[in-house]
Design a binder for this molecule. Structure first.
Ligand code: GLN
Length: 494
């Protein structure tokens, strides 16, 4: 079994470590070797092998004494949006290329508290703005998936493309990710992995580079539902350093995996049947409905009438908050500085050199919708639409619905370069996911099967606030019923 320990799931590795049939150092070395051979995927922006071996050695000592936390000795990758003390944190941007935080994000510190081992920092879209990882200043991530018989490079999704690709390519046992409009769920769906965006406030945002503060949430990407549940228990929790984090006990989410879903009421929102939806997505959705029905759930049709306004409203609210959050990158205190004639010129030169095209587009949109004269017409109106979207969900949940089932994305992964010059078609990727962030709800993406081109497709479950356990149970039922997702064999190592 331990011939190639990277084939173990997180739960299996945890049990092997506890049984001392595997050492964390051996497991960590196997991952470090796998990362080396996977350089063509460009998933890691920074590898931390010395740190990883030191953490693994300590974990082995604890395990030998019969001690250790719930993730003792488990090697993980960290999205490069999470500040890691003493380790560069770039947010995928030139403006933070040489930024070395003096502090650790709360979520990553909780993973280290529980014994996890850091393998390195994962590539992402610049400031998490994107759906394909192509906006990274450090080059796109190549998906480990390819269409059979083709060697065209596909996107892994974004913005957590490095996280999803690294998990799917077996370069780490799990990864942290963030989701502002779909950045955990969409890349998970594109790579045949599981990703959960928890309820807003469930995980601390402290030490995570801000994109749109009222939408951003941390969460894991993992190889299966159980592994995601294990990671969530360590990542979640109240943090006095984040005023929006919520003081609720953290369940042992793993206990929800395998729990019966009999009698659960699952809503099917008719507005998610969008015009032009490919037949294979429609078929996947029907399949998901059948699987949940077979598992004993009750299926009901529901309506979320304001769904069609979610995407336009998101692309006002998110850029508005981004333009404000990104004002801090001015070359004064940290990050890149390009000298200028005077301070105004220095700001301009620094930001022009430091930000990529997508980030500049968002800053311009955001500044525009917040400016006097347009504020009421765009920003205030988008906030009102946001309230209506939230109320749609509240109405459905008040009628007794436990969760909603939808496709995770409107298509399978596309080729690198295919949508690069068409921002609107890129934004359409988020059509099923942004509503969840606008309403602050939890959402999970779980593999449902393969497309006609033999690429992964994901289903999304949307839950009630702070009822992530229901999502884990339902996602596990789908995982149980769906054909097993066989991850790609490492062509990249050849
Ligand atoms: N694709 C969306 C965007 O570009 C969502 C990104 C995210 O969730 N971080 O804004």
């Amino acid at each position: 079994m331990t011939d190639d320990p990277t084939r173990l799931t997180l739960a299996e590795a945890r049990d092997a470590l506890a049984a001392r049939s595997l050492s964390s150092l051996d497991l960590t070395n196997a991952y470090l070797a796998a990362i080396e051979t996977a350089r063509p995927l460009n998933g890691f922006l920074k590898q931390t092998p010395e740190l990883a071996r030191a953490m693994a050695g300590k974990a082995d000592q604890k395990l030998a004494r019969g001690e250790g936390g719930p993730l003792e000795g488990i090697p993980l990758g960290i999205k490069d949006l999470y500040c890691t003390k003493g380790v560069t944190t770039t947010a995928g941007s030139r403006i933070l290329e040489n930024f070395v935080p003096t502090y650790e994000s709360t979520v990553s510190s909780q993973l280290w508290r529980d014994g996890a081992v850091m393998l390195g920092k994962l590539n992402l879209d610049e400031f998490a703005m994107g759906s394909s990882n192509e906006t990274s200043a450090f080059g796109p991530v190549v998906s480990p998936w390819r269409k059979p018989g083709s060697n065209a490079s596909l996107v892994p999704g974004g913005s957590s493309g490095g996280s999803a690709a690294a998990v799917a390519a077996r370069l780490c046992l799990g990864a942290t990710a963030t989701d502002t409009g779909g950045s955990i769920r969409q890349p998970a769906a594109f790579t045949g992995t599981v990703g959960i965006k928890p309820t807003y406030g469930r995980c601390s945002r402290y030490g995570i580079v801000a994109f749109a503060s009222s939408l951003d949430q941390a969460g894991p990407i993992a190889r299966n539902v159980r592994d995601a549940a294990i990671l969530m228990t360590s990542m979640a929790g109240y943090d006095p350093k984040d005023a929006t984090s919520v003081d609720l006990p953290v369940p042992r989410y793993e206990a929800a995996v395998g729990a019966s879903v009999r009698g659960k009421i699952i809503g099917i929102p008719k507005e998610y049947r969008i015009a032009g939806m490919p037949a294979e997505i429609e078929a996947l959705w029907h399949q998901g409905i059948e699987w949940l029905r077979d598992a004993g759930a009750r299926i009901v049709d529901v309506s979320l009438p304001h769904t069609k306004y979610a995407l336009p409203a998101y692309y006002i609210v998110a850029p508005a908050e981004a333009s404000s959050n990104l004002a801090r990158y001015d070359g004064v205190r940290y990050g890149l500085r390009v000298p200028g004639r005077d301070i105004g010129d220095m700001y301009g030169q620094t930001r022009a050199a430091g930000f990529g095209a997508e980030v500049r587009r968002r800053v311009m949109i955001g500044t525009y919708v917040l400016s006097a004269g347009y504020y009421d017409a765009y920003y205030v109106r988008a906030q009102k639409v946001r309230t209506l979207i939230k109320q749609d969900f509240e109405t459905v949940y008040a009628s007794g619905v436990d969760a909603l089932l939808t496709p995770a994305t409107p298509s399978a992964a596309f080729a690198i370069g295919e949508k690069e010059n068409d921002p609107v078609s890129m934004y359409l990727n988020d059509v099923f996911t942004v509503t969840v962030n606008m309403a602050g709800l939890p959402g999970i993406a779980v593999p449902g099967g393969l497309s006609d081109d033999k690429l992964p497709l994901g289903l999304q479950l949307i839950g009630r606030p702070f009822e992530e356990e229901t999502l884990f149970s339902l996602a596990a039922a789908i995982e149980q019923a769906a054909p097993k997702m066989e991850l790609p064999e490492p062509w990249w190592a050849a």
